[in-house]
Design a protein around this ligand. Structure first.
Ligand code: UD1
Length: 426
């Protein structure tokens, strides 16, 4: 197992390109199951969860070009014609909740599926009941056996349904949109997720021949078609990686040009950091982020909410930036019930944070000092690295696999901007 050792106190300087979005690439890889021909995805980031999804597709009988060993091109061609084992076993999916994304496509294409109940980040209960209820409304049946969901579509395939999600669910919306693309009739989804990654998935499906209306709104209509073809599709840039790098400049200071920033997809994040006093300037498709390391940010309150609100996946990194801001920030998490595991670790660096339920009160301090830290989940690990960049002295971060699941070599990217991060075997 690797750990990272961070020498704090170096402002960031330089430029870096935003990688492809993990949370778009995952459903796009799952969407390949629906296609009769190869789906080529361009701008695939090299990270653990996508490797897991690649292994899963290969396990089922499909093939994925070895994109993570494929130089800088980051292209994956996925061929799923030969899938003959529509199963996602526990061993492969225990670290990755997004494995549930294959359920809808497998039911639609193969008429059956056996999917291990998902694991992933320990940030809350995170059931997939909404996915299952919606698929049931489309005629699917489910049994639970040995921790696996054993699912079957009715004879003649899934039927269109009028789905209403009681809670906005991102992967739930994607799962049903994919299932509905090949179902009989027009499926409608109310209270659908509007996240840019849902739109990206929908646009790729349209390129494959699907009929989808309402993308980017909370009402989707999907008219099933008999088959989908292969296509080539460029994965959108990762708004969470971009936001993490902006937060890195916010916490460590310096001047960084983020190339290929998805401005529209992250307007809420950009606005929040701008109101805290971070200088952010659009330069064409790029974003210049700047902060004088001697000039602290102003504290800002923040509440997470579904798109276009502030994303829960940026909450921990935003909090890291607020630990050194002037004043008090109230950070409220409304999406997941247990997403404050970074708080105890940030406090080990000297942050002043008190927690009450889903609300964290962050009182800005003048400085942080290095400490040994342990990552608990993906975005928490990013927030700890950011805080360590600004802490005086040395910090270490154990359980880096959480970080590697979801970031395209974040330590290397930060080092290319002047950070001092060393990777060691534990
Ligand atoms: C996706 C993202 C994740 C992000 C989250 C919220 C991917 C691969 N992951 O996760 O990074 O943090 O959106 O933006 O895209 N819920 C239920 N029952 C369900 C489904 C969800 O109760 O069947 C609840 C969840 O526990 C949570 C809320 O709904 O409280 C939203 O979760 P959801 O949008 O489904 O998150 P994911 O799609 O898993």
């Amino acid at each position: 197992m690797d750990r990272l050792v961070v020498e704090g106190g170096f402002p960031l300087k330089g430029e870096t390109r935003v990688s492809g979005a993990k949370n778009a690439a995952l459903p796009l890889m799952a969407a390949s199951i629906l296609a009769d021909g190869p789906l080529t995805l361009v701008n695939i980031p090299r990270l653990g969860d996508l490797r897991t999804m690649g292994r899963l597709i290969a396990f089922m009988g499909g093939s994925v070009s070895p994109f993570w060993e494929n130089g800088e091109a980051e292209v994956a061609t996925i061929e799923t014609r030969n899938i003959d084992r529509p199963e996602a076993p526990h061993e492969l999916v225990k670290t990755m909740r997004a494995s549930a994304l294959v359920l809808g496509p497998l039911l639609a294409k193969c008429g059956r599926a056996k999917v291990s109940l998902p694991g992933g980040c320990a940030i809350g209960v995170r059931p997939i009941d909404l996915h299952l209820t919606a698929l049931k409304e489309m005629g699917a049946t489910f049994d639970l056996s040995g921790g696996d969901i054993v699912a079957a579509a009715p004879k003649g395939g899934l039927k269109a349904a009028r789905i209403r999600f009681e809670t906005v669910t991102v992967t739930g919306t994607e799962n049903i949109m994919m299932a509905a693309a090949l179902a009989d009739g027009v499926t409608t989804i109310s209270n659908a997720a509007k996240e840019p990654e849902v739109v990206d998935t929908g646009e790729a499906l349209i390129k494959m021949g699907a009929k989808i209306e309402g993308l980017g709104t909370d009402e989707l209509a999907i008219e099933g078609v008999p088959s989908l073809s292969g296509a080539e599709y460029r994965v959108m840039p990762d708004r969470i990686e971009a936001g993490t790098l902006i937060a890195a400049v916010a916490v460590a200071g310096g001047e960084v040009l983020l190339k290929g920033t998805p401005f529209k997809a992250m307007a809420g994040v950009i606005e929040k950091f701008a109101s805290s006093g971070l200088a952010l300037e659009a330069q064409g498709d790029d974003l210049l982020a700047r902060r004088d390391p001697l000039e602290p940010l102003k504290a800002q309150d923040m509440t997470t909410s579904p798109f276009p609100g502030f994303p829960t996946d940026m909450q921990a990194q935003f909090m890291a930036a607020m630990t050194l801001a002037r004043g008090v920030s109230i950070v409220t998490e409304t999406i997941f019930e247990n997403r404050f595991m970074h708080v105890a670790e940030l406090k080990r660096l000297g942050a002043d944070i008190s927690l009450e339920g889903r609300v964290a009160v962050v009182r800005g301090v003048k400085s942080l000092s290095g400490a040994p830290l342990t990552a608990s989940d993906l975005r928490a690990s990013a927030s700890l690295i950011l805080a360590a960049l600004a802490a005086k002295g040395q910090s270490s971060l154990a359980r880096v696999y959480h970080l590697d699941r979801g970031y395209n070599r974040l330590d290397r990217k930060l080092n290319s901007l002047g950070a001092k991060i060393r990777r060691e075997k534990e």
